[in-house]
Design a protein around this ligand. Structure first.
Ligand SMILES: O=C(O)C1=C[C@@H](OP(=O)(O)O)[C@@H](O)[C@H](O)C1
Ligand SMILES: C=C(OP(=O)(O)O)C(=O)O
Length: 433
C-alpha cells in the first residue's frame, strides 16, 4: 500500500500503543504457565505470531472481546510438539523466544517466517541449544530459518555472543526457568540491546520467576513456574512506537501547540531515551511520569551524537530527526541495527537521500548532515519494515510537497493504527491500495 504524507502541522493528544516487547514476553510467559490474563496487550502482526506459537505448543489464547484482554491457557512448562510448521511471520522476537521453547519439546519443532525473517541470524541461539544437549539446526545450514529444534533439553551452561541479538538471552532465560537444571549464560562479548534483557527480567519477576545478572552473564534456576500476581499482567505503553509521535511533535507541531503522547509511564524500556535525545537536539520536552504523558512542541533542532548500542530501534527515528535538524547527527555503535527486518542503517541512508538529505554511512556509524538542503517530497521505499515506514512518515511531515511511502501496510507489525494516529494529529494522509 502506498501512503502519501503531505507537508503538515500537527497538534493534539494521542495514545501510544502497548509495548510489543512486553506483550511478546507476557504471552509466552502465560504460555509457560498454567493460565493467566494479559491485559492491554498489543495485538499486531508480530504479537499474533507469538499467540500462534503458544497455541502450537498446546496452549490457547482467547481474544474474545475487544482485544483489551487475552485469556491464555498455558502448556504448563511442557510444550507439545506442534502439529505443523510454526510461522513466525516477520517477528524476530517470536522466532528467538519460541526456538528456545521448542528445545524443551519431546520431538522436533519447525519454525519459519517471511523472506526478511529467513535472512536474520539465528546461529548463536542454535549453537547454545546444541551446548545444552538439544537439537537445533538451520535447514539450509546457514544459521537462518527455517529452523528444526527439539530434544527435551534439561538446562545447563552456555556460552554465547552478546553483540548479535539480546533476544537469544531473553529466549534462554524464559525457557531455562522450566528446565530441570536451569541455565547459566556466559556472555562472550559485550551485550548489545541490554535494556531488552532488563524488560525480560522485569516480566519474569512479575510472573514470579527468579533470574539475575551474574559477573559472567545471566542465570536462571530451573524448576520454576510462571504465575503473575493476581493472575493478570498489564502491558505498559511502547516507547519505540512513541518515538515517531514525539518526533512528529518536535519537527511539525503547529505554532504555540504541541503533541501530547499518553501511555508513557516509566518502565525498563531503553527506548525511553528518545526523550533525552529530543532534549539534546533542542526540543522542550515535558514528561509527567506519574500521569504518563509527554508533551513536545516544535523546536528548531540541532544535530547530536547518539550511541544506539542499547536502543537499536531508535535509529530510524533519530536519522529522520537528523535530516530535519541543523548540523550533523551522528548515530554510533549501530552495526547490530543491520540485522533487523532490513539493514536499517543502509535503508535510512538511502531513503533519506531520496528526500534530499545528505548522509554518510559507515559499518558502525551513520552521519546525517542536516541543514545542507531542505527535504523535498519523493517516492520512498519503506523496505517492508515498519520502523522505516514510520520514520520516513516523520520526515514526510517536513518535506516540501508529497512523500509517497511504499509498503505502508507494514506498520501492522508494531503500530497498526499509526496512520490513524497521524491523521488524528492533523496530518494529511492518503492511502492507496
Ligand atoms: O527483545 C525484544 O523485544 C527486542 C530486542 C531488540 O532486538 P535485538 O536484541 O536483536 O537487538 C529490538 O531491536 C527488538 O525490536 C525487540
Ligand atoms: C527488530 C524488531 O523486532 P523483531 O526483532 O521482533 O523482528 C523491531 O520491532 O524493530
Amino acid at each position: 500500500m502506498d501512503v502519501t504524507i503531505s507537508q503538515s502541522r500537527v497538534e493534539g493528544r494521542v495514545r501510544a500503543p502497548p509495548s510489543k516487547s512486553y506483550t511478546h514476553r507476557a504471552i509466552l510467559a502465560a504460555g509457560y504457565g498454567d493460565e493467566a490474563v494479559v491485559s492491554d496487550p498489543l495485538v499486531s502482526a508480530d504479537t499474533r505470531a507469538t499467540m500462534r506459537a503458544v497455541e502450537a505448543f498446546g496452549g490457547s489464547v482467547d481474544r474474545s472481546g475487544d482485544d483489551a484482554r487475552l485469556e491464555i491457557e498455558g502448556f504448563d512448562g511442557r510444550p507439545e510438539v506442534p502439529d505443523d510448521v510454526v510461522d513466525c511471520a516477520n517477528s524476530g522476537t517470536t522466532t528467538r523466544l519460541v526456538t528456545a521453547c521448542g528445545a524443551l519439546a519431546d520431538g522436533l519443532c519447525v519454525f519459519t517466517g517471511d523472506d526478511s525473517l529467513r535472512s536474520r541470524p539465528q546461529g548463536p541461539l542454535l549453537d547454545a541449544i546444541d551446548q545444552l544437549g538439544g537439537r537445533a539446526e538451520s535447514t539450509r545450514g546457514n544459521g537462518q530459518a527455517p529452523l528444526v529444534v527439539g530434544g527435551d533439553t534439561g538446562g545447563g551452561r552456555v556460552s554465547i555472543p552478546g553483540d548479535v541479538s539480546s533476544q537469544y538471552i531473553t529466549a534462554l532465560l524464559m525457557a531455562g526457568a522450566v528446565t530441570e537444571e536451569g541455565i547459566e549464560i556466559d556472555l562472550e562479548t559485550e551485550l548489545k540491546s541490554a535494556p531488552y534483557v532488563d524488560i525480560t527480567l522485569e516480566v519474569l519477576r512479575d510472573f514470579g520467576v527468579e533470574a539475575e545478572r551474574t559477573a559472567e552473564g545471566f542465570t536462571v534456576p530451573g524448576g520454576q513456574s510462571y504465575d503473575p500476581t493476581g493472575g493478570e499482567y498489564a502491558v505498559p505503553g511502547d516507547f519505540s512506537s512513541m518515538s515517531y509521535l514525539l518526533a512528529a511533535g518536535a519537527v511539525a507541531a503547529a505554532d504555540g501547540e504541541a503533541v501530547v503522547v499518553e501511555g508513557a509511564r516509566p518502565s525498563a524500556q531503553g527506548d525511553s531515551a528518545i526523550v533525552g535525545i529530543l532534549e539534546s537536539m533542542g526540543a522542550a520536552v515535558e514528561w509527567d511520569r506519574e500521569a504518563g504523558e509527554i508533551t513536545v512542541p516544535r523546536a528548531s533542532l540541532s544535530g547530536t551524537t547518539v550511541d544506539v548500542g542499547d536502543t537499536p530501534d531508535l535509529l530510524p527515528t533519530i536519522a529522520a530527526l537528523g535530516a530535519v535538524a541543523d548540523g550533523d547527527t551522528v548515530i554510533e555503535n549501530c552495526e547490530h541495527v543491520r540485522y533487523k527486518e532490513t539493514d536499517r542503517v543502509s535503508a535510512m541512508a538511502e531513503e533519506l537521500e531520496k528526500l534530499g538529505a545528505s548522509v554518510t554511512e559507515e559499518r558502525d556509524r551513520l552521519t546525517v548532515h542536516g541543514g545542507e538542503s531542505d527535504l523535498v517530497g519523493a517516492r520512498v521505499d519503506g523496505r517492508a519494515d515498519h520502523r522505516i515506514v514510520m520514520s520516513l512518515s516523520v520526515a514526510g511531515l517536513v518535506a516540501d510537497g508529497d512523500t509517497v511511502i511504499e509498503g505502508g501496510e507494514h506498520v501492522d507489525v508494531s503500530f497498526p493504527d499509526f496512520f490513524d494516529a497521524l491523521e488524528s494529529l492533523g496530518v494529511d494522509v492518503e492511502r492507496a491500495e
